[in-house]
Design a protein around this ligand. Structure first.
Ligand SMILES: O=C(O)c1ccccc1NCC(=O)[C@H](O)[C@H](O)COP(=O)(O)O
Length: 397
């Protein structure tokens, strides 16, 4: 039996539970799995509502049941999160379809025999891991505590402005240089990895902004790296390169000194992107919304408040890299619409040579995001000159 219970019915049941774990447990005992997943997956939109709540309480929906939270999802009532996502062409499921493989019923535990609980690709695996990681972190540092930390955060800097300025100064796309130790597709990129030294070298070499990978498990990055770079006095605005599944992560990034954050359209439905973008604006963060195909870019262009779109030449499900994707996605009418809306486009991934830079610039990008080709150089700052075919440092003017 499958219970197609609407969100209206599920939210009140959440309000009486002290924490997310007990919600998952108690509901999964008396209702079919699919129902429990829908409740547990009340993630970003409902959690985002919690952010605005006065009590700022931890992981469970605010009390009393917020009418607004219901309104936000009104058009989706009766649909499950993955179904809403699928209706927008999103294949990445936010978490395993039947919950974690281990289930507890009273003192007993059992395993679900379900092959659907295997991630279908690396991006899905990262997202499932991120979902549990964030739930744990939220329990340790609830939003209220995080909001307090924001009072001591260094002020946000103008990420998009820095890209525009560099583009005008050099006549080349503004560079977001990535502080990247490793990746699932390439393994370890640099053994002697000192994030602050790399960031300083990038800055000297003429980078407009930096991207700092903060995921530990798959990229060997960290929020500590981000804070270290910020506190070392690096002036380039910083992008927090994360896999965002929950608005809590946005507050965390700002608290650590980020000036911008990545949102991935292959993972987040429109409503999440819209709501998260609003939160970012409120906090003074820029959002780089990443797309990889026509459907994603068409969705994102129409979302209110979007100023910066990244076209990732890497397919995050297969690792295939093809820089002509940037060109394909912004040619013709679509490109015109993007320009008319004043959206800046960033070409991301797989850029190694001056010809690659010229190719994406010709296609219409005004910024590029580059990791591997420069981080691997013995002097990553000089690597930038190699990438652009000329010195673009401030001292070159
Ligand atoms: O790089 C990967 O292997 C990867 C795998 C799964 C999700 C994301 C991944 N990379 C993120 C990026 O897109 C790149 O770090 C970024 O665009 C720089 O790319 P590159 O210049 O090719 O290092």
């Amino acid at each position: 039996m499958e219970a197609l219970v609407s969100l209206r019915a599920t939210v009140p049941s959440l309000t009486h539970r002290p924490n997310k774990l007990s919600v998952r447990k108690s509901i999964s005992m008396d209702l079919p799995t699919r129902y429990s997943v829908s409740v547990a997956s009340s993630s970003s939109s409902i959690r985002a509502q919690q952010i605005e709540s006065k009590d700022g309480s931890a992981t469970v929906a605010p009390v009393p049941v917020p009418e607004e939270a219901l309104k936000v999802k009104e058009w989706e009532v009766g649909m499950f999160q993955n179904e809403v996502a699928a209706s927008q062409g999103i294949r990445i499921r936010r978490r395993p379809p039947t919950g974690p493989p281990l289930h507890y019923v009273g003192p007993f535990e059992f395993r679900l025999q379900n092959e659907g609980n295997t991630p279908r690709n690396i991006l899905e695996e990262i997202i499932w891991h991120k979902d549990t990681e964030v739930a744990r972190l939220r329990e340790r540092r609830p939003l209220l505590a995080l909001k307090k930390e924001l009072e001591n955060a260094p002020p946000p800097r103008d990420f998009i402005g820095a890209l525009r300025e560099a583009n005008l100064r050099t006549g080349l796309p503004g560079l977001i240089a990535e502080v990247k130790k490793a990746s699932p597709s390439r393994g370890i990129l640099r053994e002697d990895f000192n994030p602050v030294e790399i960031a300083q070298a990038y800055e000297r070499g003429g980078a407009a902004c930096l991207s700092v990978l903060t995921d530990e498990k798959y990229f060997k990055g960290s929020f500590e790296n981000l804070a270290l770079i910020r506190n070392a006095g690096v002036k380039c605005p910083l992008l927090c390169k994360e896999f965002v599944v929950d608005a809590w992560q946005i507050y965390n990034a700002r608290a650590k000194g980020a000036d911008a954050i990545l949102l991935i359209a292959a993972v987040l439905p429109d409503l999440d992107i819209k709501y998260m973008t609003k939160i970012c604006k409120m906090l003074g963060l820029a959002t780089l919304v990443e797309v990889h195909n026509e459907r994603e870019i068409d969705r994102v262009v129409e979302i209110e408040g979007i100023e910066l779109i990244g076209i990732n030449n890497r397919n995050l499900e297969t690792f295939e890299v093809d820089i002509s994707i940037t060109k394909r996605l912004i040619e013709g009418e679509r490109g015109k619409r993007i320009r008319d809306k004043g959206i800046m486009v960033v070409g991301e991934s797989g850029l190694f040579t001056p010809d690659d830079i010229a190719f994406v610039q010709e296609a219409g990008v005004r910024a590029v995001l580059v990791g591997e080709s420069i981080v691997k150089q013995s002097d990553p700052g000089k690597g930038i000159a190699g990438l652009f075919g000329k010195d673009i440092s401030l001292s070159s003017n």
